[in-house]
Design a protein around this ligand. Structure first.
Ligand code: NDP
Length: 291
């Protein structure tokens, strides 16, 4: 059924979420610090609350999509949350989400944290690939599964309220690694008569083919044996890095995005792991920065 819900925060993302629920027929109460931003939703039938407290009081399910965790704290300071189902779609760190879950529990609310893997135009658009990671109260997730599935696909990743943020940031971080490689690749061809639009499908196809390395790394991490099914061992890859650096030099391209990764490969090799592939680099990172 389409049970009513409340939405706090009508920025770019909050507004997209609100439109998706209204379009799906969910009665919606909204609140935003700057009241003008509620007008387009009101025109579509949303109830506009004068204060955050009023909006929270209106419904059991309360979705929050504000700028950051501090903003959420300020907005809900002193608001009665007893008996509420609080879904936090505000981006936060895993640690902030865990503290916020405890904060909600002390106030008598069930808590679910969400990490949105989408930009606003993808919200409420079936087939866009938008998804949200959720973690925290499984009971809350199950009770509101239908409403939560309206704006985007859903994936519940654990009772630990920090896990949604952790999954979100892990994926975003991998994306930036990919962006770094793409930037370096385009820089290499930049001064030549190679049309970027002809190069793009070659690059995209290669990156797609290489995604299978994710599953290879996972299998090696699970087994603890990083020498199993190695296709290109580290000794060979480090030797090959001379060619990568030499080519950057020849093309007049800074290798600054590449060198940190090559340096890690060299360290792992120097520690006697030439017969592995790159999975061992993960352990170097964890040793350097783990809690
Ligand atoms: P916007 O900057 O568009 O909106 C920010 C929202 O926070 C507005 O509703 C704003 O209210 C409110 N706000 C800011 N400061 C305060 C305050 N001190 N008190 C009360 N309200 C405040 O951001 P988005 O909507 O894009 O993002 C919202 C959340 O969604 C963020 O955590 C973001 O990381 C996350 N997200 C966004 C994505 C995107 O592509 N946009 C993608 C994935 C996640 P006001 O209108 O009054 O300024």
């Amino acid at each position: 059924g389409t049970r009513p819900l409340t939405l706090l925060g009508l920025g770019a993302m909050g507004a997209a979420l609100g439109h998706a629920w209204l379009a799906a027929g969910y009665p919606l109460t909204v609140w935003n610090r700057t009241p003008g931003r509620a007008e387009p939703l009101a025109a579509q039938g949303a109830q506009v609350a004068g204060t955050a407290a009023e909006a929270v009081a209106a419904n059991r399910l309360v979705v929050v999509c504000l700028l950051n965790d501090d903003t959420l704290g300020e907005t809900l300071d002193g608001v009665d949350l007893a008996g509420k189902d609080l879904v936090n779609l505000t981006t936060s760190t895993p640690g902030q989400a865990r503290v916020r879950a405890e904060w909600a529990r002390e106030r008598g609310a069930r808590f679910l944290d969400g990490g949105i893997m989408a930009v606003p135009p993808m919200i409420g658009a079936p087939g866009s690939g938008a998804s949200v990671f959720y973690s925290g109260s499984r009971a809350l997730f199950d009770a509101h599964a239908e409403a939560l599935a309206v704006p985007a696909g859903t994936a519940y990743v654990g009772e630990d309220p920090g896990f949604a943020a952790l999954h979100d940031v892990a994926l975003l971080s991998a994306m930036y690694g990919m962006f770094a490689g793409v930037a370096h690749a385009f820089a290499l061809i930049r001064k030549e008569e190679i049309p970027p639009k002809d190069f793009a499908p070659l690059l995209s196809g290669w990156l797609t083919a290489m995604t299978s390395s994710v599953h290879q790394a996972a299998a090696q991490l699970e087994s603890g044996d990083y020498t199993k099914n190695v296709v290109s061992n580290l000794a060979m890859q480090v030797a090959g890095s001379e060619t990568l650096l030499g080519t950057a030099e020849e093309q007049g391209v800074s290798a600054e995005l590449l060198t940190p990764y090559l340096a890690l490969m060299e360290r792992r090799l120097a520690e006697g792991h030439g017969d592995e592939d790159t999975t061992g680099l993960i352990d170097l990172l964890v040793r350097r920065t783990g809690r």
